[in-house]
Design a protein around this ligand. Structure first.
Ligand code: PLP
Length: 393
């Protein structure tokens, strides 16, 4: 049996999305900016796809949805755009507030910008992996130009207080960006009801194709053009549009948002079943209260069991999980979120993430419970650290 439990890293393409994209690799290959029939033939599908995205996130018509190549690009574009548009021109307002557990596409970009005089405050998570709205507000100074806070964390699934902090930002005249990559399809999102100025998303996290993402930009909050050299997207991001992928992203987003309810019932139930079973294993920790997490995610740690060893045991049995974000998994570092939470270093090294999707089945969960429990027993029986810890205890 093969079981894919790494849906926070990427997801399988929804079969309906694949079918919808296919004609754009065949006869419908025109450039939508061409004036001839080939160009005209693809334009309606592009408009449908954009309409699907506006509807799915309830983005007001006056706001923009810019298509990018991925969430990493969207996050870079917001942070560097704010730097060029505001901070470079008025260094008095050079302060950005963020959290210490953002995706590297935010953290590394801010680190880069700090070389150019940007002052960044990183608000830490508490022992549950939660971000307090009060701590975010307290970090703001009269120099703050932007708050950037993810909507849900990729490692723990913890949901951050975007509504409250974005309302506060608006009150103070501070711009607000959220990386909503892990929230779309898991939480209901309605941009008519929030004060979010910039919202990042990525199709491959919700059963769309890889290499395509987007950025919602509130009216009046435009950024410098992301790419120069063409009139696509009103000149805001030049480059020939990737029609097939945009069409795929539109349908994938519509589908994923239509399944939010299913995520919060069916997937949540499967996730809870898996978590309950794993929690039966002694000395096991799951980060964050369930009700504060996205319904598909578990970040778990078993004392005395190396995350990497467990992954290999699972992998041998056909189960895919991860020790953290796929971007960091080539280096066998401690899980960055566990480290930020302040768990003891031994636990940080054992952290493992299991993330489900609406395509996960109960049979797969039952199989995983069986394999996981036996692997934990096996690995503990050969773990000197675990035996030692137990003796001391
Ligand atoms: N932001 C978050 C929260 C993510 O989880 C990821 C991917 O892991 C990204 C951004 C980057 O997404 P992309 O692969 O589309 O660049």
């Amino acid at each position: 049996m093969r079981v894919y439990l790494d849906n926070n890293a990427t997801t399988k393409i929804d079969p309906l999305v694949k079918v919808k994209m296919q004609p754009f690799f065949e006869d419908l290959y025109g450039n939508p900016n061409s004036l001839h029939q080939y160009g005209m033939d693809v334009r309606p599908a592009l408009n449908v796809a954009l309409g699907e995205m506006y509807d799915a996130l309830r983005v007001p018509d006056a706001d923009d949805i810019l298509i990018t190549s991925c969430a990493t690009e969207s996050n870079n574009a917001v942070l560097k755009g704010i730097f060029f548009k505001y901070i470079l021109k008025n260094p008095e307002k050079n302060h950005i507030v963020t959290t210490s557990v953002e995706h590297p596409s935010v953290l590394d970009t801010l680190l880069y910008l700090s070389d150019f005089g940007v002052d960044v405050t990183y608000v830490d998570v508490d022992e549950n992996g939660a971000i307090s709205a009060e701590a975010m507000k307290a970090a703001v100074t009269d120099k703050t130009i932007l708050i950037s806070m993810m909507w849900a964390n990729n490692e723990t699934g913890m949901i951050f207080p975007v509504e409250e902090v974005s309302a506060f930002a608006k009150e103070k005249g501070i711009l607000f960006h959220t990386d909503a990559v892990q929230a779309i399809g898991k939480l209901p999102i309605d941009l008519t009801k929030t004060n979010v100025d910039y919202l990042t998303f990525s199709a491959h996290k919700f059963h769309g194709p890889k290499g395509i993402g987007g950025l919602c930009v509130k009216k009046g909050k435009s950024l410098p053009n992301l790419l120069h050299g063409g009139e696509q997207m009103g000149g805001k991001r030049a480059g020939t549009l990737n029609v097939a992928y945009i069409v795929g992203m539109g349908l994938a987003m519509k589908q994923t948002v239509n399944h939010v309810q299913m995520m919060n019932t069916y997937v949540r139930k499967l996730r809870d079943k898996l978590e309950d079973a794993i929690m039966q294993i002694p000395d096991t920790i799951v980060v964050g209260p369930r009700e504060m997490r996205t319904p598909n995610t578990i970040l778990i740690s078993l004392r005395g069991v190396e995350g990497e060893s467990m992954l290999w045991d699972l992998n041998k049995a056909g189960i895919a999980a991860s020790t953290g974000s796929a971007c960091a998994s080539e280096s066998l570092e401690a899980n960055p979120v566990m480290s930020a939470i302040g768990e003891d270093p031994e636990l940080a090294h054992t952290a493992m993430r299991l993330s489900l999707s609406r395509f996960t089945t109960e049979e797969e969960v039952d199989y995983t419970i069986d394999v996981f429990t036996k692997a934990a027993e096996r690995l503990r029986s050969i773990s000197s650290t675990y035996a030692y810890t137990n003796e001391v205890a």
